[in-house]
Design a protein around this ligand. Sequence first.
Ligand code: RNT
Ligand code: ZN
Length: 412
Amino acid sequence: MSYAAAKARFADWGVDTETAISRLLEIPISMHCWQGDDVRGFEKKSGTSGGGIQATGNYPGRARTPDELRADLEFAYGMLPGKHRLNLHACYLDTAEAPDRDAIEYRHFAPWVDWAQGQGLGLDFNPTFFAHAKADDNLTLSHPDAGIRDFWIEHGMRCREIGAQMGAALGSPVVNNIWVPDGYKDTPVDRMAARQRLNASLDTMFTTPHSAAHLRDAVESKLFGIGVEACTVGSHEFYMGYAIRKQILLCLDMGHFHPTENIADKLSAVALSVPKILLHVSRPMRWDSDHVILQNDDILQMAQELVFADLLSKTHIGLDFFDATISRTAAWVIGVRNMQKALLRALLMPQARLKAAEAAGDYTARLVLTEELRDLPFAAVWEEVCARANLPVGSALLKGLEAYQNGVAGRG
Ligand code: RNT
Ligand code: ZN
């Protein structure tokens, strides 16, 4: 269907496609650096990913250096409509030095900031509390050893400082997200002590104030991970309470809940109590939390909640997945596009009409409408978005992705 015909179809429902398109193009997606190199980072040390995070697969083309990663990122952003952000992890420092995690400084990340400036990208940041000898037992901020806790507190404080400086340099606040792998393989007998230690470590980490114009703090919960099946210290209840008490961002990772929980349902509930939400849009599968996102019901419902509950300005949309069995740049492009397509669909819904049916108790009309609306020509509007940005769709997209992949496949 042509865009003109699609526009008319949506107009019949009282929906203006041009408004939807311009709103879509204003929504930045924070693309995660770690899909580009299987969560390895650029520290000058060897070691495994650890912390229950594991990228499986050895598809050719993994970025081995910051320059390679930036080239891959430039390609991926070049395949996306709109202006986006880069979500950087502390282990992706770009320096010839080899500072340990408790010694990193802003200058170790300056090349990223220069690059982001040149690309017109905002940055987000994350302390790296995994893949390190001092995290080998899956305990960091809640470790019983005060020396180890202090090491990680120092890391976290430095990351907040680095993030704040990045935000100041770029004129856009950096969301600094804290996820720790802390937990137990088998049932602990003193959960309380572990949670009190995590609580106290976080309190210390957050003592230094930073301007909200430069830095926003976020905390991310998890249900379980590989090696921490019995108990995660930073559970959902722990961090929801913490974020509310401190009035900081709560990060909801879609892969960090029981598989039958609906993460979209949580948005309106937590938005009433926290100042902002950080999303890690992901796709859980059995025990893995990080498959490339699809246009599945979970993502569509998430996007619809963001739009219908008017939460776009209160939510920072980040992605979190990693697949090393396919082209890593293709994974980025498909993942971000799927999030954008889901948002576009939500923006193209006759929201007022659906809400009126529900408010009137007419659940029959609500059901008929939601199902009929599935057949609207969303694809024609998406193709128009891409055409205006001179971007390929369909088999042309596949060709473009393959051409780039072929160019990087020879990396050793
Ligand atoms: C881990 C968390 C966390 C990480 C990144 C790399 O389970 O989801 O967000 O994926 O920090
Ligand atoms: Zn996450």
